[in-house]
Design a protein around this ligand. Structure first.
Ligand code: MN3
Length: 205
């Protein structure tokens, strides 16, 4: 995971082919989203950190967790670009070719598969403008769903991020134009539940 990398950060390759999520998420969207949008976050984060060698040994996770300790001139860029790198790394690695069974440990916490999907969709549709819906856990391990604007990350609110759903228009506009709900319905087919399971057992703080 890029969250444990330090400066200079590099764009991780997609963990599957660009067309692997078809017909749910199209190849062209994946190219733009990964090769252009995510790369820009990586480049801008490196650019922002370059003049601050004292933070070059900080992991991305530490930069996000301790962003209040950073100088003002760096803080905003870490929040936006560091968040952008972290959030997209999780977003791409927690999708996979369709066919995985939803994890009962997640869906049952919300009353069943249909109920969890409805809550995730409602959070994602309710995020005004750009942002993400997130499946998160709190310090007791309890699951919840939240929505955050822009590239804000649940770590800064004390939550552990488990599964992100990117609802920036660049995630769906090429295929679905303004129909965010259609994209969300497609995304449910390509969740990497194996990866979600690993995230759930991997919380370290
Ligand atoms: Mn995005």
């Amino acid at each position: 995971m890029i969250s444990t990398q330090t400066y200079p950060f590099s764009l991780p390759p997609l963990p599957y082919a660009y067309d692997a999520l078809e017909p749910y998420i199209d190849r062209e969207t994946m190219h733009f989203h990964h090769d252009k949008h995510m790369k820009t976050y990586v480049d801008n984060l490196n650019k922002a950190l370059e003049p601050y060698p004292q933070y070059h040994h900080w992991t991305l996770e530490r930069l996000l967790l301790q962003q209040d300790e950073l100088p003002d001139s760096l803080k905003t860029s870490v929040r936006n670009n560091g968040g952008g790198v972290y959030n997209h790394d999780l977003y791409f690695s927690l999708m996979a070719p369709a066919g995985q069974q939803p994890l009962a440990g997640v869906t049952e916490a919300f009353g069943g598969d249909e109920q969890w999907k409805a809550q995730m969709k409602s959070a994602a549709l309710g995020q005004f403008g750009s942002g993400f819906a997130w499946l998160v856990s709190d310090s007791s391990g309890a699951l919840s769903i939240i929505a955050l604007p822009n590239q804000d990350n649940p770590l800064s609110l004390g939550f552990y991020p488990i599964l992100p759903l990117d609802v920036w228009e660049h995630a769906y506009y090429l295929k679905h134009q303004n129909l965010r709900g259609d994209y969300i319905d497609q995304w449910f087919h390509v969740i990497n539940w194996e990866g979600v399971k690993e995230r759930m057992s991997g919380r370290q703080y």
